[in-house]
Design a protein around this ligand. Structure first.
Ligand SMILES: Nc1nc2c(ncn2[C@@H]2O[C@H](COP(=O)(O)OP(=O)(O)OP(=O)(O)O)[C@@H](O)[C@H]2O)c(=O)[nH]1
Length: 381
């Protein structure tokens, strides 16, 4: 198990084939100019996990990338933050800093929409956006802003969510939420903390501060993270020194590719080590096209109403959904979801699964693999 995990973590960025297959469409603006969509990565992580350390690296190193960094309401005294003029008018970007290495940087007070709009006026000056959230942000509330088909979605696409995790403190954050954080949960079963939310929504986890934990502590943290989110790639770092930008922070394609081996890995990684959040993987038989409507209804009941069609379950809350559905016609549908939003897209790579069927992976609260599998099987018969 461990070996498999390590192999996977050393693997190159997501499959080239899958990326090629899911090329981001080019748009044409009103002036007839082709518009290339700009990818955005959301960088999240609990207080003190190492987000600023990571961004300092990006803003200072000569990595040859033109990255626009948006800092979302910082409250401490790091060098980057001190050098910025924080806006006084709610939600308005006051100043962009052009940095020597080609990056630009700004600070905003809202979730970044106004900053993005301001940024768009400077299109061409950069080719990537990193949005760093505050330590207490729930990425599930931010991701949908950028994962839409209209409005902002026409110029930007959500490439992925990266969560910095403090290896020294994460278990405490997961086990002992502060009263302010989860007042409704107190004394009522498993706690859902901000730390859970940030891990469950992550496509990549940068497991930081490995220099101040023992090998045993690190193993325990890794296993706990895996139990919560078996889909995310884990990169272990000290002082947020990620091995590379591509595939770790940039070009994740987490919302437009669904690699087979990622779903297979999630299936093998199932565990109950965390009492609140888990990852489950459900087998889906090769489907006749007309059964897609039944699958859609099953997902709607689950994601919109938190109910299991034809089965009983309570306290369901799904944060992330990914899947590949093989069709009897030979095609493959890709499934992507965050919270209640989900969509099917056509994969252009053909079946590629030797007719063995597809899979749906869910990350969230109250997920009982057996009950879910039985309910899905019933819905699809
Ligand atoms: N020992 C050790 N210290 C680290 C590491 N990464 C960051 N730090 C230190 O931890 C502290 C917090 O790091 P930051 O990068 O400011 O963390 P942050 O996530 O931006 O924190 P907030 O903005 O408060 O949410 C700083 O004093 C860093 O120097 C690491 O890998 N090992």
């Amino acid at each position: 198990m461990m070996e498999f995990e390590e192999d996977r973590e050393e693997a190159p960025p997501l499959l080239d084939a899958a990326q090629d297959d899911e090329d981001v469409p080019q748009l044409v603006d009103s002036a007839g100019e082709p518009q290339v969509k700009v990818p955005i990565t959301i960088v999240t992580g609990y207080l003190g996990a190492g987000k600023t350390t990571l961004l300092n690296y990006i803003l200072n190193e000569q990595h040859g990338k033109k990255i626009a960094v948006i800092l979302n309401e910082f409250g401490n005294s790091s060098d980057i933050e001190k050098s910025l003029t924080v806006n006084t008018e709610e939600g308005k970007v006051e100043e962009w800093l052009d940095l020597a290495n080609g990056c630009l940087c700004c600070s905003v007070k809202d979730t970044g929409v106004n900053a993005i709009e301001s940024l768009m006026a400077r299109r061409g000056a950069f080719d990537y956006i990193l949005l760093e959230t505050t330590g207490l942000a729930d990425p599930g509330n931010i991701a949908p802003i950028f994962w839409v088909d209209d409005g902002l979605g026409s110029t930007i696409y959500l490439d992925g969510i990266v969560t910095l995790v403090d290896a020294k403190n994460i278990l405490r954050s997961l086990d002992a939420p502060t009263p302010e954080e989860t007042p409704e949960d107190h004394g009522q079963g498993p706690h859902l903390t901000t730390a859970h939310l940030q891990i469950s929504h992550a496509d990549v986890i940068v497991l930081n501060k490995t220099d101040i934990v023992s090998a045993d502590e690190l193993d325990a943290v890794r296993a706990r993270i895996r139990a919560i989110n078996a889909l995310a790639r884990i990169h272990e770092t000290a002082y947020s020194a990620v091995p590379r930008l591509e595939g770790v922070l940039l070009d994740l394609h987490a919302y437009n590719a669904v690699p087979v081996e990622e779903l297979d890995f999630a299936r093998k990684g199932h565990s109950h080590l965390d009492p609140t959040i888990s990852t489950i993987a459900l087998e889906v038989p090769v489907l006749a096209e007309e059964k897609l409507a039944a699958l859609d209804s099953w997902l709607q009941a689950l994601l919109w109403e938190g109910t299991l069609l034809g089965g009983e379950a309570e306290g369901i809350e799904v944060h992330r959904t990914k899947g590949r559905i093989e069709l009897a016609s030979g095609g493959v549908k890709l499934l992507q979801g965050v919270r209640e939003m989900f969509e099917f897209t056509d994969s252009r790579e053909g079946a590629g699964g030797e007719g063995s069927g597809g899979k749906i992976v869910l990350i969230g609260k109250g997920l009982d693999e057996e009950k879910f599998a039985a309910s899905l099987a019933k819905a699809l018969t």
